[in-house]
Design a protein around this ligand. Structure first.
Ligand code: SF4
Ligand code: SF4
Length: 159
């Protein structure tokens, strides 16, 4: 693989909820092993969720540009999370509350050019803090957008 995770901590800093060695990772609660500039236990990190997860930026033959490293561009991409009318659908999750405009514009252009519908999410902030579920938005053909809106309303699993 041509790209390495270190020093990225895009998926370690709490914007993706998970558990690492029994410790909760959630917004405001980064993984206790994240230094903010890498993983303090990189060689000993658990297989699940750490070693087994490879984001779109890091994957072999990644189409995502260098500047879109998740901790820098503030977006984590997971390609092909589902299919829609025979096309792969990509998922983009913010590393933060929302995906910054430059990255989201790039992803929308890519979705259009490659005919790969996109689901992107935003963190939902409530008076009690960040909600467990993020808001999911569909980008692509109108029928796709409508389907994602409908599925999101019913609480269906989108990926
Ligand atoms: S977001 Fe991607 S590059 Fe960054 S640590 Fe996670 S898997 Fe590695
Ligand atoms: S153990 Fe390391 S790779 Fe896994 S989430 Fe924590 S900082 Fe990231």
């Amino acid at each position: 693989m041509s790209r390495e995770c270190q020093p990225c901590t895009g998926c370690c800093d709490g914007w993706v909820r998970m558990e690492v060695y029994g410790h909760e990772v959630a917004p405001g609660k980064p993984c206790r092993f994240s230094t903010g500039a890498g993983c303090a236990i990189y060689e000993e990190r658990p297989a699940d969720p750490c070693k087994n997860f490879i984001c779109g930026w890091r994957m072999e033959d990644s189409p995502y540009p260098e500047w879109m490293r998740p901790d820098r561009a503030k977006v984590l991409i997971i390609p092909g999370v589902r299919a829609w009318q025979g096309r792969p659908v990509d998922l983009a999750v913010p590393v933060g509350r929302r995906i910054p405009g430059r990255a989201l514009d790039w992803l929308k252009r890519y979705a259009t050019e490659q005919a790969r519908p996109l689901i992107y999410t935003e963190q939902v902030l409530t008076p009690e803090g960040y909600a467990v579920d993020q808001q999911a938005i569909g980008y692509g053909p109108p029928d796709f957008q409508e389907e994602i809106r409908r599925l999101a309303e019913t609480g269906a699993k989108l990926w």
